[in-house]
Ligand binder design. Structure first.
Ligand code: TYM
Length: 326
């Protein structure tokens, strides 16, 4: 039996990368009979390690909650929580800080990347980010974490920390495994060698209006040559668009290639835009339903957070006892 945990930073609008890299698998795992516990979080304390706007931040958190619900997180089967409402996460992160060498953290690619993006925003929280992530997972003794492949170094680190804790204070944590989405590394529409992230025209957001989708796909960069062929090395842009088409239409990439044999990039892009618009429509309708029912959403959160708190505080008590902190 598995205990599932995952989270997303509320640092903007959710896009197709989040959906295919993570949330689609969350939904699949919550429905899997081998899952005995599934907890999905909006990780606000991770989101504040990079520049953010305090005036809009609360709304971003609530927007993420609506996105999770619209994407199919079912509160009957999963707990949907805000990380900051369960302080045991940050308390365990502090404990883990005391057994994590700095050298395990300052070599991580995500730390270097984020520092490059905002050099002035160099803070201890950014360095410590993966320790809090380990705590998010291990406070619930979770063992299966559905994430995109960019998160692998963090999962490895969570395992290193768990092992070290077990070694120093006695067996407490089981190994953690990542649950990776197949072929789901969605790349930027503007720079297809980089992953899709939250800015401008490079991402297709789950809440984008049909005309915005059409415009973004029209503007998406393409490769030299005319052929619509999957070749990640030489044709990263068209390969990414083919991946998106295939994931949304459910057709194999080969089949899509055949359909567009001899056709132009323009034709392909036009049709792809309609595939995306059609895919987003039911999601957007469902989201509007939750949006107009904020009491129900509040209740889902409160109930989930109460239950999560019970698990977290019981595990934390055991952890502290093992360390003589009680
Ligand atoms: P974050 O907020 O950067 O991204 C959330 C999830 O979406 C996946 N993802 C993608 N997958 C495929 N293609 C893309 N273009 C793409 N962009 C994002 C990410 O792999 C991730 O699974 N550290 C985490 C948040 C976190 C967490 C946790 C995750 C905090 N605590 C505990 C799991 C367990 C993060 O920054 O994800």
């Amino acid at each position: 039996m598995n205990k599932i945990f995952s989270g997303i930073r509320p640092s903007g609008k959710l896009h197709l990368g989040h959906y295919f890299g993570a949330i689609k698998n969350w939904v699949a795992l919550q429905d899997n009979p081998e899952s005995e516990q599934a907890i999905f979080a909006v990780v606000e304390y991770h989101g504040i390690t990079t520049p953010f706007n305090p005036k809009t931040y609360h709304q971003q958190v609530m927007d993420s909650v609506l996105d999770y619900l619209a994407a199919g997180i079912n509160p009957e089967k999963s707990l949907l929580i805000r990380q900051s409402k369960i302080p045991e996460h940050t308390e365990l992160a502090w404990i883990f800080n005391t057994i994590t060498p700095v050298s395990w953290l300052d070599r991580l690619p995500t730390y270097k990347e984020k520092l490059e993006q905002a050099p002035k925003y160099n803070n201890v929280g950014l360095l410590d980010y993966p320790v809090l992530m380990a705590a998010d997972i291990l406070i619930y003794k979770s063992n299966l974490v559905p994430v995109g492949e960019d998160q692998m170094p963090h999962i490895d680190l969570a395992n290193e920390i768990a092992k070290k804790f077990n070694h120093m204070f006695g067996q407490t944590f089981e190994p953690v495994k990542a649950f990776l989405a197949e072929g789901a590394r969605i790349m930027s529409l503007q720079e297809p060698t980089k992953k899709m992230s939250k800015t401008g025209d490079e991402a297709l957001n789950l809440m984008d209006e049909p005309d915005t989708v059409r415009e973004k796909i029209k503007k998406a960069v393409t490769d030299s040559g005319k052929e619509i062929k999957f070749d990640e090395e030489n044709k990263p842009a068209i390969s990414n668009l083919l991946t998106i088409h295939s994931l949304l239409s459910g057709k194999e990439i080969k089949k899509v290639e055949e359909e567009y044999d001899g056709k132009s990039y323009v034709d392909f892009k036009k049709d792809l835009a309609e595939v995306v618009v059609g895919f987003l429509k039911p999601f957007q309708e469902k989201r509007k339903g939750f949006e107009s029912n904020s009491d129900q959403v509040e209740e889902i959160l409160t109930k989930s957070e109460e239950k999560a708190k019970i698990i977290a505080s019981s595990n934390l008590a055991e952890i502290k006892k093992k360390m003589g902190v009680f």
